[in-house]
Design a binder for this molecule. Structure first.
Ligand code: S3P
Length: 428
């Protein structure tokens, strides 16, 4: 078992880089595998989740070379994937299993796919339903009305559908669009609330879409490999954006962070809380905007978060909760029931772990209520096997008095290899 030991941070001015974006990295590997010819991906995230996607694509017969953080994928075109031996393993990655299921639905052979204990507890009905409507057969372990991994997918000969998403989920949207690449005709997705649009942007970058960033694809059209530059992950930067805001006498400059508007909810929330945060050097590369973000110690105030902002901060709520412990007033986060079915039940785990620091946190059915500001006291924390809980609590530890120990910290590798090195560089 790995533990992280955290000591209070005394401020300081630092410049740092976070690794590549997880969502974009998964999509680059999958789309590069079904493009024709070479795709080169620069600044790919080589975390456990993305390595699971690389492993799945390799086992489908794709040659992928890793040179540092550069990936070279020898794409075999839409109909070049081979039936793998044995069961594909998505590890801890919900994105891997849900997105690749869209691709597997387009193959005319049977594939088995599963993941770790946490992935096996995550609902798969949300992708099984549209993929079945398109003509794929998806079987899995049933519990009540819900279907869970291990999944057996038998597809091919898909028909296009127009699908209205019942939940705001980029994973479901992407699974349908990826399956649509193999379907006869035009597949479209309708979303009531906008979720991250990396799949649409990357399809545009590969030249696949009918119109700019459309939620529509025409199937059975081959496309060629491209070069992709992955920006830094704003969900990883979020930990240091909050650290910079809540630590006294701090100024952090985080370089080359993805600032896709469907992901920048954390910046909006910090601005609304009164954080001194600036964006510089914004530019567009591979259809994805990126910028440098500068954050300075701030006096924060409480906010109420609900509705359309929730999908734009869905992965950042644990670290927003940490910021809320240092903000004046009661922060309320509602309409976020989806948090209960992430890598852990994040409503429960955020509440239980923040309380160990002495924070005042109320667990709500669909969110959290946090009263601040509180002087946090160093604590012994359990990550519950959830990378974002481990890292959010590590940042709380930087702002607390005394030492904090994060137990079960190996899960940080899921999305952020090198997190502890950045923590040490802040302290140096
Ligand atoms: C992701 C979408 C989100 C997010 C996850 C990554 C993606 O999940 O929580 O970490 O890459 O599409 P949902 O779309 O299920 O909300």
């Amino acid at each position: 078992m790995k533990t992280l030991k955290i000591n209070p941070l005394k401020g300081g001015t630092k410049e740092l880089l976070v690794p590549g974006d997880k969502s974009i990295s998964h999509r680059a590997v999958m789309l590069g595998s079904i493009a024709k010819g070479e795709t080169v991906v620069n600044n790919i995230l080589l975390s456990a989740d993305c390595l699971a996607t690389i492993d799945c694509c390799r086992r489908l017969g794709i040659n992928i070379k890793i040179h540092g953080t550069r990936l070279i994928i020898d794409g075999k075109g839409l109909f070049g994937l081979k039936q793998p031996q044995g069961t594909l393993d998505a590890g801890n990655s919900g994105t891997t299993i849900r997105l690749i299921s869209g691709i597997l639905a387009g193959q005319n052979y049977e594939v088995n796919i599963t993941g770790d204990e946490s992935v096996q507890k995550r609902p798969m009905g949300r992708i099984a339903k549209p993929l079945r409507l398109m003509g794929a057969s998806i079987e899995g372990r049933m519990s009540g009305n819900e279907i869970f991994a291990p999944l057996t997918i038998f597809g091919g000969d898909l028909k296009a559908i127009a699908y209205e998403l019942p939940v705001a989920s980029a994973q479901v949207k992407s699974a349908v669009l990826l399956a649509g690449l193999f379907a006869d005709g035009e597949t479209s997705v309708i979303e009531k609330v906008r979720s991250r649009d990396h799949t649409e942007r990357m399809l545009e970058h590969f030249g696949v879409v009918d119109s700019r960033y459309a939620l529509r694809v025409t199937g059975r059209r081959e496309f060629e490999g491209v070069e992709i530059d992955v920006p830094g992950d704003i969900s990883s930067a979020a930990f240091f954006l909050v650290a910079g805001a809540i630590i006294k006498n701090a100024e952090l400059r985080i370089m080359n962070v993805g600032v896709n508007p469907t992901r920048t909810g954390i910046i909006d929330v910090l601005h609304r809380m009164g954080a001194r945060l600036e964006i510089e050097n914004e530019r567009l590369l591979s259809e994805e905007p990126r910028a440098d973000i500068i954050v300075k110690s701030s006096e924060l105030g409480a906010v109420r978060l609900d509705g359309e902002i929730i999908p734009r901060i869905i992965d950042e709520i644990p670290i927003i909760a940490v910021a809320a412990t240092q903000a004046k007033g009661a922060t309320e986060i509602r309409g976020a029931r989806e948090l209960r079915i992430k890598e852990s039940d994040r409503i429960k785990t955020v509440a239980s772990e923040l309380r160990k620091f002495g924070a005042s946190v109320e667990e709500l059915d669909d969110g959290l209520r946090i009263e601040g500001p509180t002087r946090l006291k160093g604590a012994r924390i359990d990550s519950h096997g959830d990378h974002r809980i481990a890292m959010a609590m590590a940042i709380a530890g930087l702002a607390a008095e005394g030492e904090t120990v994060i137990e079960n910290a190996e899960c940080v590798e899921t999305s952020f290899p090198g997190f502890d090195n950045i923590l040490s560089s802040l302290a140096a």
